[in-house]
Design a protein. Structure first.
Length: 193
């Protein structure tokens, strides 16, 4: 197939459906919503297929459409969801700090080179589990920043939060992910050596 041409839309679900669903599920954490976003992506792609310029692969083009669908969904929902969702009883960080505000536990020495970890499928599975344990808003903020590489301004618009609030959310998400990965990935690797 010519890379500048799209395949038959009847084959899109078989060729790209699972990948797009996984992408959406990681960001939305709700299978029904992820499925809806993928369906909307296929419909939008079908309507816009004459505009496909061939500057990217078909999958990259579909992921781009899906990203926009997800961002629109998050924008709509952030206006409907109260900001109190960011602060939940589960979101208490005091347990990680002493009375003077210092971390109780020091960082552990990771047995695996962090730059090589991203190549391993198992790591991505653990990361996905850790992300799913975060409060939804923290996960959304982290994914928009680190995976989708949006600017702070764009993320603030999507999530309807201030820059200060976003910084706090990202700090909390990173701290929780670090602890989760140390326990569930890097700690396991150290024990296996």
């Amino acid at each position: 197939m010519d890379p500048n041409q799209l395949s038959d839309p009847e084959n899109w679900v078989d060729q790209h459906g699972d990948y797009l669903f996984g992408y959406a599920l990681l960001r939305l954490r709700d299978p029904r919503t992820a499925e809806d976003m993928v369906q909307e992506t296929f419909l939008a792609a079908l309507q816009a297929r004459d505009n496909f310029a061939g500057r990217s692969s078909e999958r990259t083009w579909l992921v781009g459409i899906l990203k926009h669908k997800i961002l629109n969904h998050l924008c709509r929902n952030s206006r409907e969801r109260p900001i109190s969702d960011v602060e939940s009883p589960v979101d208490r960080m005091e347990e990680f700090f002493d009375d003077r505000g210092r971390l109780k536990a020091t960082a552990t020495e990771w047995a695996t080179d962090p730059s090589r970890v991203f190549e391993q499928k198992e790591f991505w599975e653990v990361l996905q589990r850790c992300l799913s344990r975060l409060p939804v808003r923290l996960s959304e903020a982290f994914l928009l920043r680190e995976m989708d590489e949006l600017s702070s301004e764009e993320i603030c618009n999507v999530l309807n939060v201030s820059v200060t609030n976003l910084r706090v959310m990202l700090h909390r998400a990173r701290l929780r992910l670090r602890l989760c990965l140390e326990l569930n990935w890097f700690g396991l690797k150290a024990e296996n050596k």
